[in-house]
Ligand binder design. Structure first.
Ligand code: B12
Length: 233
């Protein structure tokens, strides 16, 4: 069986040790880490999610699938990070209060790091006040990413966006929202700057924000801005 097929099977069935071994094998076979993620791990997690929805997978299996994803992401991350990539900005990231899902958020963190961002990951179950505190303590941050997978906790995003806007009168912060239950329509309604369906696009959009900001502030292209160009990811 080809390695990616085996990898998908191991994640879907929550076989964490197999998942780790198969990712290592795929890397030894010189597979592109991005492909391992997008053709192996993400479809497997999606399929596990569908099984969960249809009642074909129980919570322990889904938890094992999520743990396998996280272990796999940890193995892949160093291979995806570009050496000597200059830091292009700081992003604050968290899952909203009442929501403990973190697989997608962790993927966003990895993609942002790979794109050259310093990421302050607040974790899960993060309140409006905690987002505000993080922004206050990190005035250099240019992007805030808010994740939610539950329709019951997604409305928390509205309050967070409002509170952050109140603090950020000069609009230096770009606020991005995402997660399984978020739509472009909802993002527009709550006044977020961007929504993307996946973590790869999220990092691209954030990079564009940084480029625009630099252009608007008249910052010339120089060594510090190397890597901040469309398509470097
Ligand atoms: C794994 C899982 C769990 C695990 C979570 C483990 C963990 N550490 O995360 C456990 C078992 C704990 C769990 C618990 C629950 N879950 Co759950 N869970 C899932 C499941 C199967 C997969 C989620 C996942 O990891 N997806 C894979 C990742 C990669 O996708 P993603 O998170 O969407 O992220 C991608 C994008 O959305 C985007 N993205 C994510 N965040 C952000 C942020 C920004 C800024 C941007 C731009 C993009 C972005 O990038 C990511 C990668 O491309 C989904 C079903 C599904 N199909 O999604 C249900 C699901 C989310 N869960 C659901 C429910 C109902 C629950 C529970 C309430 C169940 C219960 N009755 O107890 C609890 C809630 C616990 C809580 N308070 O949070 C429902 C939510 C329904 C809804 N719309 O409200 C779902 C949809 C299942 C279902 N259909 O019923 N769950």
């Amino acid at each position: 069986m080809p390695v990616l097929e085996e990898l998908r099977y191991s994640i879907e069935n929550g076989r964490i040790k197999d998942t780790e071994a198969l990712i290592r094998r795929a890397l030894e076979e010189k597979m592109d880490p991005q492909e391992i993620l997008s053709a192996g791990m993400i479809p497997a997690m999606r399929s596990a999610g569908n099984d969960f929805r249809n009642g074909e997978a129980d919570i322990p299996r889904i938890l094992s699938a999520a743990r396998g994803m996280q272990k796999g992401l940890n193995i892949l991350e160093p291979y995806m990070r570009r050496e000597n990539l200059p830091c292009i900005g700081t992003a604050i990231l968290g899952t909203v209060e009442g929501d403990l899902h973190d697989v997608g958020k962790n993927m966003v963190a990895i993609m942002f790091r790979c794109a050259g961002f310093r990421v302050i990951d607040l974790g899960v179950d993060i309140s409006e006040k905690q987002f505000q505190k993080a922004v206050r303590e990190n005035p250099e941050a240019s992007v805030v990413c808010i994740s939610s997978l539950l329709t019951t906790s997604a409305p928390e995003m509205r309050g967070i966006v409002k509170a952050l806007r109140k603090m950020d009168k000069e609009r230096r912060l770009k606020i991005m929202v995402g997660g399984g239950c978020i739509t472009q329509k909802f993002a527009d309604e709550i006044g977020a700057d961007a929504y993307t369906e996946n973590a790869v696009d999220a990092a691209e959009v954030a990079k564009k924000f940084v480029m625009e900001k630099r252009r608007d502030s008249g910052e010339a292209d120089g060594p510090g801005s190397a890597g901040v160009s469309a398509g470097t990811f």
